[in-house]
Design a protein around this ligand. Structure first.
Ligand SMILES: NC(=O)c1ccc[n+]([C@@H]2O[C@H](COP(=O)([O-])OP(=O)(O)OC[C@H]3O[C@@H](n4cnc5c(N)ncnc54)[C@H](OP(=O)(O)O)[C@@H]3O)[C@@H](O)[C@H]2O)c1
Length: 281
């Protein structure tokens, strides 16, 4: 049996997950790279320290199959990275869109965690196991027109904090809170709009959506750091003997969280409404 420690990462077809595979391998871990479509993992360099399997976090059979596919490995860690962003003003957001957002970002993450905790417990020495939950700055504060995503990431923060309290030192739980990262995230954001622009037509949100999505894109591009830099920070935290409980990634995430905590709520709201151009006629 391969005795190296293995880590499973969800959502490795692009972005942070894809970059994390290389970062973890560099540090001597074996990596179970997963994606909904396993062929999306073809760009990864093959090797004895890499296993590619398909895993859709909203499909319970797929999760069970992933657990079985790792039985012969000394799997000691899990990175719940898979996720996407659903945009849209709350007035126009359908329950199905909200449900789908939670199915992937929250329920999926929870189901994968539940499935792999016993595996990690069986394989890892005390304190050696790792559970990494990728939330977001938007798990600490909310921005306009992203209510579903804000809510899902606030839920991820709560789940990670609770798991840490319940599992204690047995398996360290690391909560990752990135700001803007340059990945496929913003492309997917537009793909999952569906008929939102049509639904917005004739409503007060028609112009607001156009303006603020441009403002959001510009802000993201101005402050975003690379997926590689983000992955390096996650891998470094994960490999520490005493891993941090919380990893805030990016200056934007650091300063925005500080400003939200320090400023009076009315000021904070005014700043956000201005930044997202909500008050223009
Ligand atoms: N980029 C940012 O600015 C940013 C900021 C804060 C937090 N985050 C978080 O970071 C994580 C990674 O996102 P990213 O920025 O790297 O975006 P990305 O490039 O779009 O990657 C997202 C990954 O999640 C996967 N995924 C989506 N739904 C899935 C499902 N049902 N089952 C399995 N995999 C699924 C995608 O796979 P497919 O290719 O199959 O769709 C893709 O591999 C997400 O949780 C995101 O919320 C990102």
């Amino acid at each position: 049996m391969d005795t190296r420690p293995w880590i499973l990462v969800t959502g490795c077809s692009s972005g942070i997950g894809q970059a994390l595979v290389g970062e973890l391998r560099k540090r001597g871990y074996g990596v179970v790279a997963t994606a909904r479509k396993v062929e999306a993992l073809d760009p990864l360099h093959p090797g004895a320290d890499l296993r590619c399997i398909s895993l859709d976090v909203v499909d319970p059979d797929s999760i069970t199959a992933a657990v079985e596919a790792c039985r012969d490995l000394r799997l000691i860690g899990l990175v719940n990275n898979a996720g996407y962003g659903q945009v849209g003003p709350l007035e126009l957001l359908t329950p199905d869109e909200l449900r789908a957002q939670f199915e992937t970002n929250v329920i999926g993450l929870h189901e994968v965690t539940r499935a792999f905790v016993p595996v990690i417990r069986a394989n890892a020495a005390k304190g050696e196991g790792r559970i990494v939950q990728v939330a977001s700055l938007l798990g600490r504060l909310s921005i306009p027109l992203a209510g579903a995503y804000n809510a899902s990431k606030h839920a991820v923060v709560a789940l990670a904090e609770t798991l840490r309290l319940e599992i204690g030192d047995e398996i360290p739980v690391i909560l990752v809170e990135p700001g803007a990262i340059r990945t496929e995230f913003r492309t997917t954001l537009v793909k999952v709009w569906g008929d939102l622009p049509e639904r917005a037509k004739g409503t007060r949100y028609e112009q607001i959506l156009k303006r603020s999505m441009n403002a959001r894109q510009a802000m993201g591009e101005r402050h975003a750091i690379s997926a590689a830099a983000c992955a390096e920070k996650i891998a470094r935290a994960l490999a520490k003997k005493h891993p941090p409980r919380r990893v805030v990634i990016g200056k934007d995430a650091f300063w925005a969280a500080k400003a939200k905590a320090l400023l009076p709520s009315a000021w904070w709201e005014r700043i956000l409404r201005k930044a997202y151009k909500l008050d223009q006629a």
